[in-house]
Design a protein around this ligand. Structure first.
Ligand SMILES: [Zn+2]
Length: 313
């Protein structure tokens, strides 16, 4: 059983030992209160158990944003969920009979892609998730690199502008403030408010829905110059930021996952070109940039991998 707790949604999946999701349930989070999140997961698990024999389930892997003490199964800090020292394993173990494992969603994203996805042929990969937040999972010599205090991979909070916008993390100019989904939507809204010309207006049903990256993406696929430029500029910014990590970690491949990995190809192509331009003088071999095989589900698949890895390793 795999669980992914996001800032807006919770996903629960039933996976085979080969990482294949047999069934999946997704629902918007009703509250960030950890007890209510556990209750929501219980409901989703009950729905999935109706589709299998409960004895077939060997364990439960849970991933969520933030800094996790994986030994204790505790979320030390998750700024976006406003969680501090939440003992997730203990809370889930009260309701489920299986061993429970907890890990950061970026790390499970890297695990999912390494075991069954775009990185199954390599030992050194850098996984970057682009969505409502931005983060990284690092696999070095086949092993997850978690860091001394479980905080490795907080790529979204590396600063690209020392005098830039103030981030909820307390720093200024964090990557997440410029290249995450909400940041891209903010830039599009500012352009629309100025009366800028774009086909976003034509695609977007202003009366009934919020402007989203999906809408901006649809406009880009219609050839809208503003939407294409927005993806390209975001790709340039991310490419430069990711190149710093490539210089630091020397991965064999970079895997781009999360919801934005499904955007117009100009985003990934620009990221790849900028990484190459920026690192070519130091790296003899071109660092390959691949789209995540599991798209926005890498973290959920990785939560299943976590269970398999911990039980059978
Ligand atoms: Zn920050």
């Amino acid at each position: 059983m795999a669980v992914k707790i996001g800032v807006r949604r919770v996903h629960v999946g039933l996976a085979n030992l080969d990482g294949h999701m047999k069934a999946k349930e997704v629902t918007p989070l009703v509250s960030h209160d950890p007890k209510k999140v556990v209750d929501q997961v219980r409901e989703l698990v009950a729905r999935l158990l109706a589709q299998c024999t409960p004895q077939e389930v060997i364990g439960m892997g849970i991933c969520c944003p933030g800094i996790i003490d994986t030994k204790k199964g505790e979320v030390i800090k998750a700024v976006n969920l406003h969680w501090h020292h939440v003992p997730l394993r203990q809370m889930f173990s009260l309701h489920f009979p299986w061993p429970v494992f907890v890990e950061n969603s970026m790390d499970t994203g890297a695990l999912g892609e390494k075991w069954f996805g775009s990185g199954k042929d390599v030992q050194d990969l850098l996984y970057i998730s682009l969505g409502n937040g931005i983060g990284a999972g690092i696999i070095s010599h086949g092993e997850l690199l978690e860091g001394y205090q479980h905080a490795a991979g907080e790529f979204g909070h590396t600063s690209i502008d020392l005098d830039g916008l103030l981030c909820p993390c307390g720093n200024r100019g964090c990557v997440e403030l410029y290249a995450s989904a909400p940041a891209i939507v903010r830039r599009a809204c500012a352009y629309l408010e100025k009366g800028g010309e774009t086909r976003i207006r034509e695609v977007w049903d202003e009366g009934s829905e919020e402007l989203t990256c999906e809408v901006i993406d649809k406009a880009a696929r219609l050839g809208d110059p503003f939407a294409l430029k927005l993806w390209q500029e975001t790709g340039e910014l991310l490419g430069r930021a990711i190149a710093n990590l490539v210089n630091l970690l020397d991965p064999e491949i970079v895997v781009i996952g999360g919801g934005l990995s499904l955007a117009h190809p100009i985003l990934l192509d620009t990221i790849a070109a900028v990484i190459w331009d920026t690192t070519a003088s130091l790296h003899e071999r071109k660092v390959e940039v691949r789209r995540a095989f599991f798209g926005r589900d890498s973290g959920l698949v990785g939560a299943a991998v976590l269970t398999i890895e911990r039980i059978f390793a």
